[in-house]
Design a protein around this ligand. Structure first.
Ligand code: NAD
Length: 263
């Protein structure tokens, strides 16, 4: 605990349960004195998210579906009513249909599923940034979560990899537009972690242990590491960093040829 986030207020989007990356980040920010609001997707998740939000003294807990303008309008209206202005947003939201997260990318990708993944996983950050900037007259920090499958081929990541590439490019363009307002915009490229989303990728369950084996630091990406990067970027420590994709993956992204493969 500490006071790196003292006096700062912000929104956490994407907690589904206690394994969610958004939750790991939220609890770290709260421990450093941040005041938090949470959005969750749909009533069925409220049961899981409410006790978590309450445990860190959240000021607001509201449903929001990033594909639905009316729900986003309502959520940001509530946010403005409660907080007036905000200092940061953590966007930790992504989705692709399960049947596309396996096998052949070129054969299995349909127009509708491709557009859905792009809408929820990439466009939503543009939309959230536009809404959040209106509540940030004193500047602020926006962060999103991405994965190496945007830069390199990760088997079965398919459509999501393409959506993450769009998300990372969007991060740079949003950073350009909001820079003059002193709003910083960055992405954290986290290594594979054991969450609900990972379980949706074919073979995803083995991805974290395989990645640990081939990483520079021989361990799985820790929630503490990811949350620590979020704390840096959301606090004033991150003052000069924007338009950046920060890898927090035990060095997996830097490996060209894994050393302990057979043959
Ligand atoms: P998670 O399933 O806990 O979180 C994903 C969240 O997205 C959920 O809370 C879900 O409700 C939300 N969501 C989906 N569709 C939505 C919609 N239409 N409107 C609003 N919210 C919606 O899994 P996670 O692993 O914590 O994922 C969080 C972020 O981290 C995602 O962007 C994911 O791609 C990214 N990420 C995950 C890993 C990993 O290995 N788990 C690695 C790198 C990046």
């Amino acid at each position: 605990t500490g006071d790196l986030m003292k006096g700062k207020k912000g929104l956490i989007m994407g907690v589904a349960n206690s394994s969610s990356i958004a939750w790991g980040i939220a609890s770290q920010l709260a421990a450093q004195g941040a005041e938090l609001a949470f959005t969750y997707l749909g009533e069925s998740l409220e049961r899981r998210v409410r006790p978590l939000a309450e445990s860190v003294g959240a000021k607001l807990l509201i449903p929001a579906d990033v594909t639905d303008d009316a729900s986003m309008d309502a959520a940001f209206a509530e946010l403005e009513k409660t907080f007036g202005t905000i200092d940061f947003v953590v966007h930790s939201v992504a989705f692709a249909n399960k049947d596309e997260l396996k096998g052949s990318f070129v054969d299995n990708t349909t127009r509708d599923s491709f557009l859905l993944a792009m809408n929820i996983s990439a466009f939503s950050f543009v939309d959230v940034s536009k809404r959040a900037a209106k509540l940030m007259p004193n500047g602020g920090s926006l962060i999103t979560l991405t994965y190496l499958g945007s830069e390199r081929v990760i088997p079965n990541y398919n459509t999501m990899g393409v959506a993450k590439a769009a998300l990372e490019a969007a991060t740079r363009y949003i950073a350009r537009d909001l820079g003059p307002k002193n709003i910083r915009v960055n992405a954290i490229s986290a290594g594979a972690m054991r969450t609900l989303s990972l379980a949706g990728i074919s073979g995803g369950r083995g991805l974290h242990s395989k990645s640990a084996r081939f990483s520079l630091i021989k361990e799985e990406t820790s929630m503490e590491g990811v949350a620590g990067a979020a704390l840096w970027l959301c606090s004033d420590l991150g003052r000069s960093t924007t338009g950046e994709v920060v890898h927090v993956d035990a060095g997996f992204h830097a490996v060209g040829l894994p050393e302990d493969i057979e043959g």
